[in-house]
Design a protein around this ligand. Sequence first.
Ligand code: SF4
Length: 756
Amino acid sequence: MAGKPPAGDPVQDAPEVAAPQHAAAGLPAIGHTLRMAQQQMGVKRTALTLLKVNQKDGFDCPGCAWPEPEHRHKAEFCENGAKAVAEEATLRRVTPDFFAAHPVSDLAHRSGYWLGQQGRLTQPMYLPEGADHYEAVTWERAFDIVAEELDALTSPDEAVFYTSGRTSNEAAFLYQLFAREFGTNNLPDCSNMCHESSGSALVETIGIGKGSVLLDDLYKADLIIVAGQNPGTNHPRMLTALEKAKAGGAKIITVNPLPEAGMERFKNPQTPHGMLKGTALTDLFLQIRLGGDQALFRLLNKLILDTEDAVDEDFVREHTHGYEEFAASAREADWDETLKATGLTRDKIDEALAMILASQRTIVCWAMGLTQHKHAVPTIREVVNFLLLRGNIGRPGAGVCPVRGHSNVQGDRTMGIFERPAPAFLDALEKEFGFAPPRHHGLDVVRAIRALRDGEAKVFFAMGGNFVAATPDTDVTEAAMRRARLTVHVSTKLNRSHAVTGARALILPTLGRTEKDLQGSGEQFVTVEDSMGMVHASRGRLQPASPHLLSEPAIVARLARRVLGDNSRTPWAEFEKDYATIRDRIAAVIPGFEDFNARVAAPGGFTLPHAPRDERRFPTATGKANFTAAPVEYPQLPAGRLLLQTLRSHDQYNTTIYGLDDRYRGIKNGRRVVLVNPEDAASLGVEDGTYVDLVSEWRDGVERRAPGFRVVHYPTAHGCAAAYYPETNVLIPLDSTADTSNTPVSKAVVVRLEPK
Ligand code: SF4
């Protein structure tokens, strides 16, 4: 029963329910921020730390990847950024005494919230085979243990090197270099579970798997469509950018199965007007059924094609490929089928079309609501078709804007954390470092779980993250991890993945973003890339949580020296001593990073080149932006069932649970809730307050069950329910993945509700 607190866990899940709110931020957010920060850090440390978040001479927020504006406020962070910082800069500590008091068998039954609240890890800890207690070890011994297990493998491909999206560029570059010198491309990352579908669709259609807009473009847009995204919780400072865009005359269409407070009204705490009244952000709300987005954009494309002078013919002729085939299939879009797939009315779609046709500069933003469907890749391709039709790529105020969820998830991929690296990247690595990197593809997240499950992978090494809580099919994934010979986690705080171990396990404690990083050549900084391709420095100011911590680059460098020994000509010791030498090598290998050290020294850093945005050049197979045509798909809903999407609460960041409230949705003191439209609840015979098991149904016939959820009447789209992950990850079949990208389908799980 993954995620359920045991009897005896002081954290009890007892949800209280009030009406959802209709405005985000404002005074309550400030109060909440300060309260949480002071609980973890105390008053002085709170002031010292928060005033350095996202400042040009400070550190990058460890939360999401939303970019910083050129002119920054003194307080350039949101409520959830402050929570992320407070959790990292907490004064609470997890020492070897803690592990002596809490065997793994105890930790395995604690809630994720309880584990996170114990504080910062302070020493390397080792769980010997057959033992129930982690014990303190030296770093040397820890590296010896990893080396022993890696040496014992019959192939380097029996090792998996996972990365979470907070890892800095420098650490990520070293990590992939180590894995490839060791001999594998098994570099799954959290992108596999979030924006892989965006990357797959964008590389094929515009030639680069990243967004094509900068912050300034949002301010110049006439129309911004926010689809499948909840910025008020997941990228809160985006609301400030949307408010500014509206002040400049932009209109906003929100496409989502749930109304979300942030997109309804934003009460900007930085301005008197914001505090008092706020700004209504959404001009048109399209409350779409889960997975109906491809059908919606397909019909909009047909309607644009049918409107005289609506297509930017010069752009289409000069810069695109595949228009005729696309147009022929788009013209077949059917109103009735679209209304069925989307649950929208004809009037709403006509209203959207009028706004689209009135706009000369349109941006589409999206997040997991689009990427975590079986047909996510064709859906995002359809969004690209929509933008290409009216020339909305490579023009100020227009473009694609996939909003990334973790602070350096985009940068890690740029640095080569990818199981399917491009040949040009491997060529550059080979030339620079003088070894032959493996050319065959490695394992992504889903394939890595299968390999562990089937005994084909034996060592699992995680650079950050909470793998078993982030991944689907919890019971299968946890059983797979338990089959490993060795599991290793580089971490700042305790989480469930430390309690679900291989035969042997290591916890390697590392520095956080907020902390000073002192190495042989002096104080170091690291760099990150935000959602819009801006690269900048991050410098921590606090004393490390413990004298025993190593930075991530130092951990990789020492591990590489120990494992690769004299077989490696890479100057690992020099890299550890001076991170500028890592950046010199990044500059030599990765296009766009030329003169990296000098350019990142500029306050605010620099912007990576983006050919479609900068010069309307599309580095695709055809040399043009590609229109695509694919059959329209949408999830089918059997009678008596609901389509479930997993989502975050407001007291949550990815798998980190900061608290048990979801303020904007009116939920307090509990996480095991399922949000159901009252009419659906009535037709299923359950009332608000009924406790149910959620049981997922998939073609493999396996019954997956998440027990004990309180039904909450909520204005979701008809047929669509929502509940928090990681508690509901247990319902997502490992083999239920998006076509092409292999991303787990977390936004369209067919479930039945079984009253208790
Ligand atoms: S918007 Fe994202 S990056 Fe900015 S402060 Fe909030 S969590 Fe951090």
